[in-house]
Design a protein around this ligand. Structure first.
Ligand code: KG4
Ligand code: ZN
Length: 348
């Protein structure tokens, strides 16, 4: 019988517990502290840690109930070891160790970014390797070459300043739209004209090709939006929020998709998988499909609930590791806020 794997995610502001058998998702329980961070315009680490502590046990119970299993039925426990907020990670890692020790189950400390890639298998089955993965969230924007998801992934590029989701959140704040900004801008952009304002495309100039071909930069774009809005306000003119949203969003997704396709073509790879909160963006999904189709590249994007942080992604990666016969981690595995992408799971 295929192993039943439970995954625990606490790297940022979502307490997630998922249960997976093979590629089948049996439970995906989530508690979010996003509302507690809204008035600060970003995640406050101490508030997040406290919220994880309060949510963990009830979320665990909900996941077990949803899957109609008990802890004794679980074959392995996977937990996000990093990267993420140190205090938040610590809550999940400590809980996973407690459950693993009490129930005498093997434990896998896994990489959060690799889990964002693995979650796609729950929707689309085994991932063809090699694949290019683009992870775009509030904390990360990276392009990765995935040769073998059990062994490690090769970073091709990353943001040199703000993450893509961070740019959405900051622009939403300066437009007075609320937090988190991505979904709100996505909605607002549908009423606007993406070609109305020519915002800059970071790191796409010919001079950037050599050193930053697969890197991203969104801080110049954010500043350009702020200047444009200020100029309008100074002139006493109304700010066309939908047009600004649409033009900003177009600048982000134009660069993301162009670089992702370039990474596929340069590496001779026919599959692009997109994950992370920003992968929920409706325009990103359409443009990536459109551009990839021209080159015969298959695009895999999980449904929006699986793109944002959740426990299912951790369980999916754990399940993949168990199936591949990877050894579990040691029980003293760390919460590693700066965990490197070359480590998919903490060695035994
Ligand atoms: O993966 P995630 O839930 O958490 C992190 O690991 O950061 O990503 C959250 C980020 C936020 O910045 C949020 O604004 C962004 O994903 N986001 C979106 C959309 N939905 C969420 N960005 C653009 N369009 C969306 N529809
Ligand atoms: Zn994430």
């Amino acid at each position: 019988m295929t192993a039943l794997v439970l995954g625990i995610e606490t790297s940022c502001d979502e307490t997630g517990i998922g249960i997976v058998r093979g590629h089948t998702l049996l439970a995906d329980a989530l508690a979010s502290s996003v509302d507690q961070h809204a008035r600060f315009g970003g995640v406050v680490p101490e508030v997040a840690s406290r919220a994880h502590l309060e949510a963990l046990v009830p979320t665990m119970q909900r996941a077990l109930d949803e899957a109609k299993v008990t802890l004794a039925d679980i074959d392995a426990i996977a937990v996000t070891s990093g990267p993420g907020l140190a205090g938040a990670l610590l809550v999940g890692v400590a809980a996973a160790k407690g459950y693993a020790l009490a129930a005498e189950k093997p434990i896998y400390g896994v990489n959060h970014l690799a889990a964002h890639v693995a979650v796609d298998t729950l929707e689309h089955g085994p991932l063809p390797e090699p694949a290019i993965a683009m992870l775009v969230s509030g904390g990360h924007s990276s392009l990765l070459l995935v040769d073998d998801l059990t062994a490690g992934v090769t970073p091709l590029g990353a943001t040199i300043d703000d993450a893509a989701g961070e740019a959405f959140d900051k622009v939403a704040r300066l437009l007075g739209l609320g937090f988190p900004g991505g979904p709100i801008i996505d909605r607002s952009a549908r009423e606007g004209d993406p070609g109305s304002i020519a915002f800059p495309r970071g790191l796409t100039a010919p001079k950037d090709q050599a050193a930053h071909r697969f890197d991203f930069s969104f801080s110049g774009l954010k500043t350009a939006v702020a200047r444009w809005v200020e100029a309008r306000e100074r002139a006493g003119e109304p700010v066309p929020v939908a047009d600004v949203s649409a033009s900003f969003q177009e600048a982000v997704v134009d660069v993301l998709t162009a670089k992702a396709i370039d990474a596929c073509l340069t590496n001779g790879v026919g599959t692009l998988v997109i994950g992370g909160g920003v992968a929920a963006n409706s325009r990103l999904r359409v443009l990536a499909e459109e551009r990839a189709a021209k080159h015969g590249i298959a695009v895999r994007v999980p449904r929006p609930q699986l793109c944002t942080d959740n426990g299912a992604m951790v369980a999916a990666l754990g399940s993949h590791l168990v199936a591949a016969g990877v050894a579990p981690s040691r029980l003293d595995l760390p919460a590693d806020s700066a965990m490197n992408l070359t480590t998919v799971s903490v060695p035994g």
